[in-house]
Unconditional design. Structure first.
Length: 283
């Protein structure tokens, strides 16, 4: 008879899952510097076509200006996160084969990376939802969906690329919304709903936003300093240049490292577990 895993063992398993959804550039071949396209803008200093290596990518698959991305006009790169998809495609899907050495396979590799990144992002959100105690009613469904998503990540590149990722994303998002609502209602049943709202430059300083949802909201340049954000849902919220100084996000929902990198904060900003204060916050 199998003995149930101890609390310590369950914690270790949870941490290992999260770590697999964190980028490990040393096990990748700079796929994020080649596969995506980007246009000259406030986030990128140049135009780059999909499948064309960024001129800053070195022969060692590392960014030559990584420590100075923001100063050199590549803020979009500084906030990018593949959620571990890069090493999965490089070492798993393609078994350690570099796109430089196998040009014929490069198109497949880049296409697989674009889909894999989305799958890994969904897995990250599901993993976060499984931590929500008030959402236990949907935990089993989340586990099943997680297993299904993980199965998709193990497909060959040829089967991965034509995947109906949008349909799968809808299934995941439906469960994530339910999990979020269950958790938020416990904290504040009458919390405001800002899902999809245009809150560019909004003055939300010191507001009690516990249990609110900013899912898909545009918070570019918004002032959230000193705001109370316990169980506040930030799924897909655009927080570029949002002021998070003094805000407490330690128990906010679905806050990604990319969102923290895109926002403004300081040492007084509390961030969720396993997230870190971006270096530019401390300057």
């Amino acid at each position: 008879m199998m003995r149930p895993a101890s609390s310590a063992m369950r914690l270790l398993i949870g941490i290992s899952l999260v770590l697999e959804l964190v980028a490990d550039c040393g096990r990748c071949f700079g796929l994020c510097c080649v596969a995506p396209a980007f246009a000259a803008s406030a986030d990128f200093a140049i135009n780059k076509d999909a499948g064309r290596p960024c001129p800053n990518l070195g022969s060692d698959s590392r960014c030559g200006i990584h420590a100075h991305l923001r100063e050199r006009g590549f803020r979009g790169c500084a906030v990018y996160d593949c959620f571990g998809a890069g090493q999965h495609v490089a070492q798993g899907t393609f078994g350690g084969r570099d796109w430089r050495a196998e040009r014929q396979a490069s198109v497949l590799m880049f296409g697989a990376f674009e889909v894999m990144r989305q799958l890994h992002e969904l897995l990250w959100y599901v993993t976060e939802a499984l931590k929500l105690q008030a959402a236990q009613a949907v935990h089993e469904e989340l586990r099943l969906l997680s297993a299904r998503t993980e199965q998709l990540t193990n497909l060959s590149a040829e089967r991965l690329i034509p995947l109906d990722i949008e349909s799968h994303r809808e299934d995941v998002n439906g469960l994530l919304r339910r999990a979020s609502l269950l958790e938020r209602r416990v904290v504040r049943p009458d919390a405001p709903d800002y899902a999809g709202a245009d809150l560019i430059g909004a003055d939300l300083r010191g507001k009690d936003l516990r249990g609110a949802t900013f899912r898909g909201a545009c918070l570019i340049g918004a002032d959230l300093s000193e705001a109370k954000l316990r169980a506040t849902d930030f799924t897909g919220a655009d927080v570029r240049d949002a002021d998070l100084r003094g805000a407490d996000l330690s128990a906010a929902l679905f806050v990604t490292q990319s969102q923290l990198e895109a926002a403004r904060g300081d040492a007084t900003t509390s961030v969720p577990p396993l997230r870190r204060h971006p270096p530019h916050w401390l300057v």
